[in-house]
Design a binder for this molecule. Structure first.
Ligand code: COA
Length: 175
């Protein structure tokens, strides 16, 4: 189930993010694991603004989340994580869809994110969900800034890219 995050769940989310990222260790991508998770302050702000959703297990346990931000007025999927044990059941896709729905309701026609090229559960996963790589020449200033921040946090820039998905109402994507 996907629903808005509750205040008492904020503290759990950095642990969910760190645990989900363990998947990168198996492909030798330790930089992702050492990069800091989303801060409690940014998660709480996202929650208050209605831009934070959790995925829950049938017993109501939080097993994933998505955080959307609006850098430079664009709809940006800032964080998406699902605990390893719960991956591969459609929760990641459902969190993306919820984020896209919300962005659309705010009047956006595009959802953006940054991710890794060549990592099976990153760019290829998003491509199968209607996203495509945005050529660097098309990046607005805000994204260049966003990229610099991520690089400073330890995300290696050489495999990193920005992707976008049209979220106009009458299009559907494979789930
Ligand atoms: C990216 C992520 C959120 C996807 O979440 P998810 O709940 O596994 O997403 P879904 O179940 O909707 O789709 C997973 C895909 O992996 C496939 N899959 C199959 N078995 C799987 C398994 N055991 N574990 C993971 N994925 C599996 C699914 O079939 C699906 O493939 P498809 O794209 O061909 O449909 C999750 O992998 C994750 O948290 N990764 C670590 C953090 C991360 O990379 N975040 C994104 C940063 S940009």
């Amino acid at each position: 189930m996907i629903r808005a995050a509750r205040p008492d769940e904020i503290a759990l989310l950095p642990q969910v993010e760190n645990a989900a990222d363990e998947r990168y260790a198996r492909i030798g991508f330790r930089q992702v694991i050492t990069a800091p998770p989303a801060s409690l302050a940014s998660l709480e702000l996202g929650r208050r603004l209605g831009r934070l959703w959790v995925a829950t297990s049938p017993l109501g346990r939080v097993v994933g989340f998505a955080l959307m931000k609006l850098p430079g007025g664009t709809a940006w999927l800032d964080q998406l994580s699902v605990l390893e044990r719960w991956q591969g059941r459609g929760l990641g896709s459902a969190l993306i869809d919820r984020t896209a729905e919300y962005a659309r309701a705010l009047g956006h026609d595009t959802l953006y994110l940054s991710t890794y090229l060549g990592v099976p559960w990153n760019a290829p996963f998003y491509e199968r969900r209607g996203f495509s790589v945005l050529p660097r020449g098309c990046w607005p200033h805000t994204f260049r800034l966003q990229f610099m921040i991520e690089n400073r946090q330890g995300h290696p820039s050489w495999r990193r890219t920005i992707m976008s998905r049209a979220i106009i109402a009458d299009r559907t994507y494979p789930s």
